[in-house]
Design a protein around this ligand. Structure first.
Ligand code: ADP
Ligand code: YYY
Length: 226
């Protein structure tokens, strides 16, 4: 068992639909830890740019809008809440218009630098935290005790996302999963595990088995090199 008081940072990366958010959130609950959804931060600042009428092809304007964004995200795994300048955007940032624009912001290197800085700050505020995204194991928290690359086959990821979203046509689903990953891959490596990162393939695991596998990795120790 893990002592409830010890310092713990768990970093989880992976492609769209691999199960990062749902699995990391449940693992955080069971580990009595905070939870940071960094994808929600990228989504929130994207909403902010769209709301402010920022031209997403203007890299300098996007970077400035991100630096100016007053972003407040809950790190309680039991409370999903994201505020931008006091506006609750928790549900809106999951909508298709945000999903289809988010890579334009996530591939902006200055915007990334700003969000990485804020993510490190949030992680530092908690004694125990599970953080998930695309660059947590490599850039945001490479010193985390447990680093996991959560993968699943493209087929499994498309199926899961389709079930989650309900009525979405095949082309839109492909844009949201495969094409978005291709764009996001240009700035982060979330397809191959770097040294010290466990690869957990969830293609043939159900949700509960995947959560249990994450908890086992955390309990087993710090890195596959130990
Ligand atoms: N191992 C799994 N087996 C089956 N479904 C899963 C599994 N892991 C997650 N899911 C489901 O797949 C969907 C996508 O998961 P999500 O956590 O949103 O992925 P990501 O954050 O990587 O995009 C959710 O509905 C989730 O409940
Ligand atoms: N650490 C992160 C987290 C997310 N992103 C990008 C990649 C995605 O296109 C968006 C949204 O991430 P999110 O995890 O919500 O994506 P999913 O829809 O769950 O696949 O942000 C990133 O570049 N770096």
């Amino acid at each position: 068992m893990i002592a409830a008081q010890s310092r713990l940072v768990v970093a989880i990366d992976g492609p769209s639909g691999s199960g990062k958010s749902s699995v990391a959130k449940e693992a955080a609950r069971r580990l009595d830890a905070a939870y940071l959804d960094t994808g929600a931060m990228y989504r929130a600042v994207t909403w902010h740019c769209l709301d402010a009428g920022t031209d997403l092809s203007d890299a300098a304007a996007v970077a400035q809008a991100v630096r100016d964004a007053d972003l407040d995200i809950s790190t309680d795994p039991g409370t999903e809440r994201v505020l931008i300048h006091g506006t609750d955007v928790t549900a809106t940032i999951r909508e298709q218009f945000v999903s289809e624009s988010v890579s334009a912001v996530a591939t902006n290197l200055e915007a990334r630098a700003e969000l990485v800085r804020r993510q490190r700050e949030l992680i530092g505020e908690h004694a125990r935290i599970v953080a998930e995204g695309r660059d947590i194991t490599t850039v945001v928290a490479p010193d985390a005790q447990t680093r996991i690359l959560l993968t699943a086959s493209e087929e499994a990821r498309m199926r899961r996302r389709g079930l989650q979203l309900g009525q979405v046509d095949g082309a839109a689903l492909k844009r949201q999963v495969v094409e978005r990953d291709a764009k996001d891959s240009t700035v982060s490596n979330f397809t191959t595990a770097t040294d010290g990162v466990y690869t957990l393939d969830s293609s043939d695991l159900d949700f509960e088995q995947t959560v249990e596998a994450v908890i086992s990795l955390v309990e087993a120790g710090s890195s596959p090199l130990d």
